[in-house]
Design a protein around this ligand. Structure first.
Ligand code: FE2
Ligand code: FE2
Length: 291
């Protein structure tokens, strides 16, 4: 079993993690601003040749079934929509984090991306139907980034997954987050928050990353958004997209019902829509496997 890791060592790993690209950071800030305009988005993509290439590749992929090849960025961005554009930008900018085997969780390469993508789509669908007042694009981005801390602490959790599960079963730990705390002295939400601060992510995204397992502790202003990702995370795991051993070993905060106005019919609709949208999105995004 692992032992408590010196927090300075984890901090060093975070500092050594490459910074997010300028274009991804700018796109994230724009997503958080309800008054931004389309030209700003296009300008950011144009100034980043790698992102431009990736956007064109994605929009011309089979998933979009376009009759003619799209070669202009303006058209590509309108076909793709901002949400997917941000997804592609994040995938490009953070491929080194998403595209690794989560050994500490017993997860395979690409599992983190698939889980985050499904969570992002679920959080977006929840936000659309639940009357949170938050933009669905922001919920999507929050879903993509919520578990980013896992890619850092996975390295420190090596060979602990089986033992952690056993101890959760024996009641030694309340859930996987508690197991991480006991094994390492920190957890993926705290490490993710440090990364978010280092990357200067907008405040609502920091709140999602930090509190997605303890949504009641998020600040009043962002709590409904954090509950949407909290529930989206559960739906992603229920839908079969987990990150390994920790799948379904987190506590659901039932108080989501106080923040998300969802009927049983809405939930059924969300689950159906998520399945369909996930299949489509995972077809068009490379999923970190051929980046
Ligand atoms: Fe998580
Ligand atoms: Fe998650």
């Amino acid at each position: 079993m692992s032992t408590i890791v010196d927090p300075a060592e984890i901090l060093k790993s975070i500092e050594n993690t490459p910074k997010m690209s300028a274009s991804a950071t700018e796109l994230l800030s724009l997503t958080g601003d309800p008054n931004h305009n389309f030209c700003d988005v296009v300008a950011i993509v144009r100034n980043d040749s790698i992102l431009t290439a990736r956007v064109l590749k994605t929009v011309n992929s089979a998933a979009f079934s376009l009759m003619q090849e799209v070669t202009s960025i303006d058209r590509a961005v309108s076909f793709m929509g901002e949400k997917m554009l941000v997804g592609v930008a994040l995938e490009v900018a953070t491929a080194h984090l998403f595209d690794k085997k989560l050994e500490g969780y017993g997860g395979e390469r690409g599992d983190l991306w698939r889980h985050d993508l499904r969570c992002a789509i679920a959080s977006e669908e929840i936000t659309k139907l639940a009357g949170t007042g938050f933009s669905k694009d922001l919920a999507f981005t929050g879903g993509i980034l919520h578990d980013i801390g896992k890619s850092i602490i996975s390295d420190y959790l090596k060979n602990t997954a089986e033992g952690a599960l056993l101890q959760i079963e024996e009641g030694a730990y309340a859930d996987y987050l508690d197991a991480e705390q006991n094994l390492l002295g920190t957890d993926h939400t705290l490490v993710g928050e440090t990364l978010a601060l280092d990357w200067k992510l907008p405040e609502p995204l920091r709140q999602v990353i930090r509190y997605h397992h303890q949504p009641a502790e998020a600040s009043d202003e962002y709590r409904a958004l954090v509950y949407a990702v909290h529930l989206g995370d559960l739906l992603a795991m229920m839908g079969g997209s987990g990150t390994g051993a920790d799948n379904m070993h987190y506590t659901l905060d039932e108080r989501y019902k106080d923040y998300l106005n969802l009927s049983n019919g809405d939930m059924e609709l969300i689950i159906l829509n998520v399945d369909e949208a996930y299949e489509k999105a995972s077809e068009s995004m490379a999923g970190g496997t051929d980046a």
